[in-house]
Ligand binder design. Structure first.
Ligand code: UDP
Length: 491
């Protein structure tokens, strides 16, 4: 395959975390479908996860390649192969991980200088501010890709700008978000920007600076869902914001729904057959993304709640959650008691394949933005259990604003990633939320379906396609304007 030197060349720099890499790969496909050459920056361990998807895209004639760099694990005190957030053995190592990412600046520069075609544009994750120097050195335009919802971006921007809630001694005391398109009550602990935590100030400020100096912002959302927040964010930052999603809807070729984001050891046909045998809208799908994990006691409460609900379910349990206690609890009765209506998937599940099946009537989710948007895209209402970062505000959007979800528990306040917390939820709450979502809520289901239709329209020639066109045009005009002198290039 020839990558040529004439076609525009976009370089995408994701944060190496599943919730950031998956939409970036989707974006790569969308750009390649528009005739761009796309390089996605990865590392060996991350390449392995996405290789099947890229191979399939290449076989379909799309010009996407990996720009593979070595992740400096040893240099930052990580063990070999810790190249993705979900591979870190503990939260405490996140700092080392970001230090390693920062060290990719020089290798990426060297790599891009060696290529026969100069990049037309760099699109980098908002969590990778180090890319601004790469773009500056190469004198190419740079766009920032934001993983979270625009609802979250605008809310945290306004809270941070006005230092709202700062006067309150209690981080869980509600206050109104200033300058928001509608009345919105939040608490400080749940409305912090990424990296706005003690000890992370440098990265927080660098990310803000990289956003302020970017040539535009790309978000994984669509105007019909978030128009008011997109317009306000655009105004607040005095920057173009293009909403080009939901990018997960670029994945409708066979294969990509299954091997999306990781290699899965589950049998897709078994899942399809299992779902085919269930009634339309009867199944609850339970999964909490790639990072959040639960204590054994929480897992057991979830399981007992699902059992008590008497509804068919697919429940994803991560390998790291599979403690000896959980494994024996599952095998000593639970699996047998629920075998006729429960499917437990251990490891990485083909989420889009499951969610888009007509038998699925609800999704119990941690409200990661990708999972949220995936449910929206296929018109599935949600039970929400946020854990950390943007997830609390995504829950607000789903439950209070869009009204397509039921909160598992009101005021689930404490941000937490790993499974050491106890007693946050009970089996009764799980059972109640499942019944409420699947039995009642005709209007909720209708609203979810309508949003799903709007999402599809946006991606099938609608506003998101238009935004992608405008984004590409803007980037290429900047690249050609000549205000960006050409660097040493063999093209
Ligand atoms: N995902 C998946 N299978 C799994 C777990 C997650 O395909 O078993 C995908 C999911 O569809 C979504 C992404 O991983 O695209 C998770 O991103 P999200 O923003 O929802 O949550 P995060 O993992 O960042 O917390």
């Amino acid at each position: 395959m020839s990558y040529g030197t004439r076609k525009p060349h976009f370089v995408l720099v994701p944060l190496f975390a599943q919730g950031h890499m998956i939409p970036m790969i989707d974006l790569a496909r969308l750009l390649a479908l528009r005739g761009m050459v796309v390089s996605v920056v990865t590392t060996p361990r991350n390449t392995a996860r996405f290789k099947a998807m890229i191979d399939r895209a290449n076989a379909a004639g799309l010009l996407i390649r990996f720009a593979e760099l070595r992740f400096p694990c040893a240099e930052v005190g990580l063990s070999e192969g810790c190249e993705n957030v979900d591979l870190l053995p503990s939260e405490e190592l996140a700092r080392n991980f970001f230090a390693g990412l920062n060290m990719l600046r020089e290798p990426l520069l060297v790599y891009l200088r060696q290529q026969c075609s100069k990049p037309s544009c760099i699109i980098s994750d908002a969590c990778c501010p180090w890319t601004s120097e790469v773009a500056r050195e190469l004198r190419v335009p740079r766009l920032v890709f934001h993983g979270p919802s625009c609802f979250f971006l605008l809310c945290t921007h306004n809270v941070s700008k006005h230092k709202s809630g700062g006067h309150l001694a209690d981080a869980f005391e509600p206050f109104l978000v200033p300058g928001f398109p509608h009345k919105l009550e939040v608490v400080r602990a749940q409305s912090l920007k990424f990296f706005d935590y003690p000890g992370w100030e440098k990265l927080r400020d660098e990310a803000a600076e990289a956003e302020a100096s970017a040539d535009g912002l790309v978000i994984n959302s669509f105007r019909e869902l978030e128009a008011a927040y997109i317009d306000s964010y655009q105004k607040a930052l005095e920057k173009k914001v293009w909403a080009v999603g939901p990018v997960c809807l670029s994945n409708n070729e066979t294969g990509d729904e299954v091997a999306r984001g990781n290699n899965t050891n589950v049998d897709e046909n078994q899942i399809r057959n299992w779902l085919d045998a269930k009634e339309t809208g009867s199944v609850i799908y339970v999964s909490f993304g790639s990072i959040a994990s639960h204590s054994s006691s929480h897992l057991i409460e979830i399981g007992l709640g699902l059992e008590a609900s008497k509804r068919p379910f697919i429940w994803v349990i991560k390998e790291k959650e599979m403690s000896p206690e959980v494994a024996s609890w599952l095998s000593e009765g639970f699996e047998e008691r629920t075998s006729w209506r429960g499917l437990i998937l251990k490891g990485w599940a083909p989420q889009m394949l499951i969610l888009s099946h007509p038998s699925v009537g609800g999704f119990m989710t941690h409200c990661g933005w990708n999972s949220t948007l995936e449910a929206v895209s296929v018109g599935v209402p949600m039970i929400t259990w946020p854990h950390f970062a943007d997830q609390f505000l995504n829950e607000k959007l789903v439950v209070e604003v869009l009204r397509i979800g039921v909160a598992l528990k009101i005021n689930m306040s404490i941000p937490r990633i790993t499974g050491d917390s106890e007693g946050l939820i009970t089996r009764e709450e799980v059972e109640k939320a499942v019944s409420e979502l699947l039995d009642g809520g005709e209007e909720r289901r209708k609203r979810a379906k309508e949003l799903g239709e709007k999402a599809k329209k946006a991606m099938e020639g609608g506003q998101s396609c238009e935004d992608l066109t405008l984004m590409i045009r803007h980037a290429l005009e900047l690249a050609e304007e000549g205000r960006l002198p050409v660097h040493r290039s063999s093209s």
